[in-house]
Design a protein around this ligand. Structure first.
Ligand code: FE2
Ligand code: FE2
Length: 292
């Protein structure tokens, strides 16, 4: 017998189809280049500079981005980096790996055509990564590279979800999203949110479990494993939003670290949050130049 589907059944079917489509798009993303992990292993084994150079040089486009980032005021600071060899010798292992991971990650943010939305998202991701590095050093929390990678890619789910958001989200929903209720709104409109999708992407990329957890729980860090790493990403994310906020711009839900449980658990008071923002502001001009 044929019967007409109820409104609820139609919307359940719609959710299922949209969600399947979104997850399929996430699974089609090219694998994350393993050059950074290869380099980490080679550095541990004290491989010669020429070998490190050879591995980076295997992907000329990536090597060019690595060189460009290495010359930036933020990563290169006081060095005059003229070649890959200089980058390897002068930046130091930690900075070199951060540059390599940034160059790898940039590809996924550019794939949407680097429109204003993608650019803004990339800038926000870099700011979050740098602030997480500041928190990590200040509080001796987590490994810098783990936090840097998780923070840089915390919103990776948005690179896919944004495409669907443009199709399915009404303007009122878009407004709610910009007011900070993005997780609820995305789930309501698309059946999945960007942190869950980010977790799926990080799992497909075979990232370490602490990075997967931090990406998948960065809006609700205490709901998953590795809560401390996810909490740093959460705090860095919020502080990055605050730090790049236009002067005089107000928010619907302004950040108050003294009332936020995650900030409290990390020991980041309003005063410390201000210090972190000031330290980041010192890097901001260099970071902006690098992103040009
Ligand atoms: Fe997010
Ligand atoms: Fe974010």
């Amino acid at each position: 017998m044929i019967r007409e589907l109820s409104k609820n059944e139609v919307s359940a079917l719609h959710y299922e189809l949209v969600m399947k489509d979104i997850i399929a798009a996430a699974e089609k993303l090219p694998p994350f280049p393993d050059v950074a992990w290869k380099l980490t292993a080679m550095i541990k084994q004290m491989a010669p500079v020429s070998e490190l150079e050879k591995i980076i040089g295997l992907d000329p486009a990536l090597a060019a981005t690595i060189l460009r980032l290495s010359r930036s005021a933020y990563y290169g600071r006081r060095f005059d980096v003229r070649s890959l060899k200089d980058a390897i010798l002068l930046l130091g292992n930690q900075r070199l790996l951060q540059v390599v991971i940034s160059a790898c990650a940039l590809r996924y943010f550019e794939k949407g055509g680097a429109g204003p939305g993608e650019r803004e998202l990339w800038e926000h991701s870099v700011a979050t990564a740098i602030i997480s590095e500041i928190i990590s050093r200040k509080f001796k929390k987590g490994r810098v590279l783990t936090l840097y990678t998780a923070s840089l890619l915390h919103d990776i789910g948005k690179t896919i979800l944004n495409v669907y958001a443009k199709i399915y989200m009404q303007s009122s929903i878009r407004r709610m999203r910009s007011e900070g209720r993005c997780i609820q709104v995305e789930r309501m409109a698309l059946g999945i949110d960007h942190q869950e999708l980010g977790g799926i992407i990080a799992r497909n990329w075979k990232f370490p479990p602490e990075i997967i957890a931090a990406i998948a729980h960065h809006h609700d860090p205490e709901s998953g494993p590795f809560w401390e790493i996810a909490s740093v990403v959460y705090a860095a994310d919020k502080l990055a939003d605050e730090a790049v906020k236009e002067k005089g711009q107000t928010r619907e839900n302004p950040l108050d670290p003294d009332k936020d449980m995650v900030f409290k658990n990390l020991g980041i008071t309003s005063k410390i949050a201000e210090e972190i923002k000031t330290e980041f502001a010192g890097h901001l001009a260099g970071v902006k130049k690098m992103l040009e």
